[in-house]
Design a protein around this ligand. Structure first.
Ligand SMILES: C[S@@+](CC[C@H](N)C(=O)[O-])C[C@H]1O[C@@H](n2cnc3c(N)ncnc32)[C@H](O)[C@@H]1O
Length: 164
């Protein structure tokens, strides 16, 4: 919600709705709870759909969420994690536990690999226009920066035009 809010400040005539499976107990504005599968908007309602650290939380719905985002938006921006084996998976699980446990968000048992991500977007006919990777999310923390490696973080921009 903070990301959308700051984009709306920077971009003229920017309208946004944030969606999540989390109930709207706090009367958040521009927020809608949904079923985690079917995005509750019409075809090409939005220019951009953003998944910020969401997809790795629900592997069972990754394909339907991206298929739905392809229907609803012209572009998809994904911020997520890449894992490379046991160490990266454990580090990311610990970071997810610290960041999310208090909110009742489930901790994933795996993360996307680069091969999985490539196969996924190819399968769904999405075209990757740009990838920012690696990303140093913790430039001011030596410890976090060493443990949570910059190779674990990526941002990918996808076009939803038909590329199959
Ligand atoms: C790490 S939090 C990220 C929250 C927010 N997007 C952000 O960037 O701060 C992961 C979020 O994914 C949500 N989530 C889990 N499964 C989901 C699904 N199938 N569809 C949409 N959101 C889901 C959780 O409820 C949680 O809010």
């Amino acid at each position: 919600m903070s990301i959308s809010k700051s984009l709306a400040v920077k971009i003229k005539d920017c309208h946004y709705t944030c969606i999540d499976i989390y109930p709207n107990r706090n009367n958040w504005v521009n927020y809608q709870q949904f079923d985690g599968n079917t995005i509750p908007f019409g075809d090409k309602t939005y220019d951009i759909a953003i998944f910020s650290d969401v997809l790795h939380h629900d592997f069972s719905n990754i394909e339907s969420l991206l298929t739905e985002a392809r229907r609803v938006a012209k572009y998809i921006i994904i911020k997520d994690h890449f894992e490379y084996g046991f160490f990266s998976r454990k580090v990311l699980q610990i970071a997810d536990f610290i960041g999310n446990y208090g909110y009742g968000v489930s901790i994933p048992n795996r993360y996307l690999s680069q091969d999985y991500y490539k196969d996924l977007i190819d399968k769904l006919g999405l075209l990757e226009l740009n990838r920012t990777w690696p990303i140093n999310l913790y430039p001011n923390s030596l410890i976090a920066g060493v443990i949570i490696k910059k190779e674990f973080q990526f941002i990918s921009i996808l076009s939803t035009e038909n590329h199959t």
